[in-house]
Design a protein around this ligand. Structure first.
Ligand SMILES: [Zn+2]
Length: 318
């Protein structure tokens, strides 16, 4: 029998339930929705979570599609799922946990006696630690972003090669290989010896069908490649960036992009223009270095210095 919160599944069974993480302000129990898929045959354990940032719903869309498709009779090993991590943020469709105004993915590995976010991080990390592989499903919040997978442990980490392999297996086409900030699950997982990736499934308001499909395919690639399911993953070469150039606006006004997401840009190529309300050009911003047009703001209006877009730099393929 494998248990996660109130969900318990014998070999060949699937069960759903709740993982209790304290109480809400009215005293009601807060329980994260969880699932256990216990394969008929023994094998590895995969941990997968979504909505660590409460406005990032594509990962929930992936889980909602993958779980009903899985047949525990065909599965070797176990899949542990937390479907919504940032419970309080999800309730109000926000990025950060409104109880402590914290980004969940800065709170790992968490603290069971800490803040609201630290306690949820601790409870979910305790589940993640039981796994051989960790997938932390994210997206570029509500901004526009390519589909990519992040390896956050840093290139000198002992788990780096294994994380890179997992990223290639998930196979969104693009990988960001850059050490992340403290508190990310994709840092805490490798520190505990577990290959961990942070698939960033585009960026949208609500759900994006193409990104969800890439996420579903990515999960199945992992299940095939690591022996949970029979059959082979389709491993494809990935375009890797090892950093970002971020561009802000030199003037206030309205942004007009001159690049599409995924475009290869050269140093000096125009990225965007800023115009005033009457259409007069105020500024034209060019790329400092070659790279890939990776992410951009959604709304056109900007103040001086406000974030506009990012270019992935130091690119190669692997
Ligand atoms: Zn996120």
């Amino acid at each position: 029998m494998i248990t996660l919160g109130t969900a318990s599944a014998a070999p060949g069974e699937i069960d759903v339930g709740r993982l209790e993480v304290g109480e809400s302000r009215d005293g009601a129990t807060v329980g994260l929705p969880v699932a256990v898929i216990n394969g008929a045959s023994p094998g590895k354990t995969l941990y997968m979570q979504a909505a660590s940032d409460g406005d990032e719903l594509n990962g929930v869309g992936v889980i909602q599609r993958v779980v009903p498709q899985l047949d525990p009779a065909e599965l070797s090993g176990t899949i542990l799922v937390v479907g919504i991590v940032n419970y309080h943020a999800f309730q109000v469709a926000q990025h950060r946990n409104p109880i402590d105004d914290t980004k969940m993915n800065r709170a790992y590995p968490g603290d069971e006696r800490g803040t609201s976010s630290e306690r949820i991080a601790a409870a979910t990390f305790e589940v993640a630690r039981r796994a051989d592989l960790i997938l932390d499903l994210h997206q570029g919040s509500t901004s526009r972003m390519i589909n990519e997978v992040r390896v956050r442990c840093g290139r000198h980490h002992r788990m780096h090669a294994k994380c890179l392999r997992l990223a290639k297996t998930f196979g969104c086409g693009y990988v960001l290989d850059q050490k992340g900030p403290d508190g990310q699950l994709a840092r805490a997982g490798p520190d505990a010896g577990i290959p961990t990736i942070d698939p960033e499934l585009g960026g949208c308001v609500g759900w994006d069908e193409e990104s969800i499909q890439k996420g579903v395919r990515g999960v199945y690639n992992v299940l095939h490649e690591y022996g949970f399911l029979d059959g082979d993953a389709e491993l494809e070469s990935q375009t890797r960036a090892r950093g970002f150039d971020q561009y802000g606006s030199p003037a206030g006004g309205l942004v007009r992009f001159k690049q599409e997401l995924g475009n290869e840009v050269s140093a000096g190529d125009v990225l965007f223009e800023v115009t005033d309300v009457f259409g007069q050009l105020k500024a034209r911003v060019t790329a400092d270095h070659a790279g890939i047009f990776w992410r951009s703001r959604r709304l056109p209006q900007v103040a001086t210095g406000e974030y506009v877009c990012s270019v992935g730099i130091n690119t190669d393929t692997y």
